[in-house]
Design a protein around this ligand. Sequence first.
Ligand code: ZN
Length: 503
Amino acid sequence: MNTSELLAELKAKTGEVIDLRAAVSVLHWDQEVFMPPKAAPARGRQLATLSSLAHRMFTSEAMGGLLDTLTERLDELAPDDRILVDETSYDYAKATKVPAEFVEKFAEEQSKAYEAWTRARKESDFKTFQPHLDTIVELLRQKAEYLGYEDSPYDALLDEYERDMTAAQVRGIFTPLAEEQSNIIAKIAERGAQGDFGWVDQEYDEAAQLAFTEQVLRDMGYDFDAGRQDKSVHPFTINFDLHDVRVTTRVDPREPFSALTGSIHEGGHALYEQGFAPHDQRTVLAEAISLGIHESQSRMWENMIGRSLPFWQHYHAAFLATHAPRLDGRSAEDLFRAVNRVEPSLIRVEADECTYNLHVVLRFEIEVALIEGTLKVSEVPEAWNAKMKQYLGLDVPDDARGCLQDIHWSHGSMGYFPTYALGNLYAAQLFEQIESDLPALWSSVGAGEFAPLLGWLRANVHRVGRRMLPTQLIAHVTGREPEAAPFLNYLKKKYGGIYGVAL
Ligand code: ZN
C-alpha cells in the first residue's frame, strides 16, 4: 500500500474505534440521566463489552504495524496528517504500555476501594479506607513504572490528565500561588462579610431556573441543534461527536445562582467541544489536549464572565422578572456580590474562587508525597488537617469533611486534582490576553453579546484541538509559559473592589 492508502486505512480504523467510544459515551450519558435503576447490572455489562471491544480494536497488532509504517514515512505526510499519526501513536503507546492483567487487577481493586470509601465516608472513619488506599497507591506506583517517567513517578500519572507537565513544574507554580492566595483570604476574612445575604434563601421555581439557564447557554453560543441540557445528580459535559455535545445541570430550589453558574460552567466545556475544527471530525485531533485546558474554558465562562458585574448588569432585569417577586428591589450590584461571596470552607466542591486552588494545592502535595513514598497512607488525615489549617485557617472536625470527601482516590485517580487549579490559572492567563486583544470585550458582555469572546476562543483554543500541548498552547497564545501572576492579579483586582481592601 502506498502512504496515502495507509493513511486512509488509519483514518478508517481509528474512526471505527471513535464510533465505538461514542456509543460507550451515549450509554454513560443515559445511565446518568434517564436509566431506570434496575438496568444497572445489564448496563455495566454492555459498557464493559463495548469498551473492551474498542480497546482490542485500538491496540491490535494491525494498528501497531500501520502506525509504525506511517511513522517511518512521516516526511511524506502533510503537516496535519503528521500530527494525526503522532497523536494516534501517543494514544497507542499509552494503551499498550500497561498489561491487560494489570488493568484487570486495577479495576478489581478500584471497585473494592470505592465500596470501602463509601462506607468510610458515611462513618467518617479513615481506617476503613486506609488498607484500600494503600493498595491503590501501590498499584499507581506500579502503573507509573509501566508508563515511564524521568524524575518523579507522579509525572507519569499527571501526564494522563495534563500532558507533558511534571510534578516539579506544578510545584514551581503552586507553592508561591498558595502563599499569596492564603494572604488574600486572610485579608478578606479580617475585613469581614460585606453585606447580609439572608435574602438569597427563598424558594425558587425549578422550571423557571432551568429556562433561564437555557437562555444564557443560547446567548453564550451553545448550539442546541448540536446538543441538549438535562438534569443529573452531578453536572457534566459529554460528547459523542463535535455535533453532539451534551450538558447536564442540577437545580437547588433554595438558591437561584447554583444551577445558573453550573450551567455556564458546563456550557464553557461544551463550547470547547462544539468548537473543534470540523475537518478534524472523527479523528483524535477533535479532542481536548488536557483536562487543565478543558477546565480553563469552563472556569473562564463561569467566573470571569458569569460572575462579572457587566454580566449581571445585562441579565439583572430578566433575572428579577424570572423570579418575581422574590428579588424585587435587588440591584445588579446585589446579585453580583451574592455570586461572589468568599468564605473558606472545608469542602472543595463548595469552595469559591478565592479559596478553591488552596484545596487543590493541599491534595497535590499529599498525592506527590504518597506516590514518591515520603508520606505513609496512615499519615494522610494528619497531613490533610495540618495543611487545611495552614492554607485555609480551618480546623477539620472529622475525616468525612476532611480527607474522605473526594471520590477521586477511591477511583484510583491521582494526578487529576492539579488540573482544576491549572484550569483557573490558564483561564486567567488567556483572559488577560483576551482583554488586550478585544478592547470592547466588556461593553459587549454588558450588552449580552458573547460572539467576540467565543470567536476569539474558537480561533485560539478550540480549533487547535490536540495540535499543541497545554504549555505550548498557553505560550503560543500569551507569549509566556503558564504562571500564577495573571490569576492572582485578577483575584486582587476583583475582590479588592468587592471588599474595599488593598489585597
Ligand atoms: Zn469542569
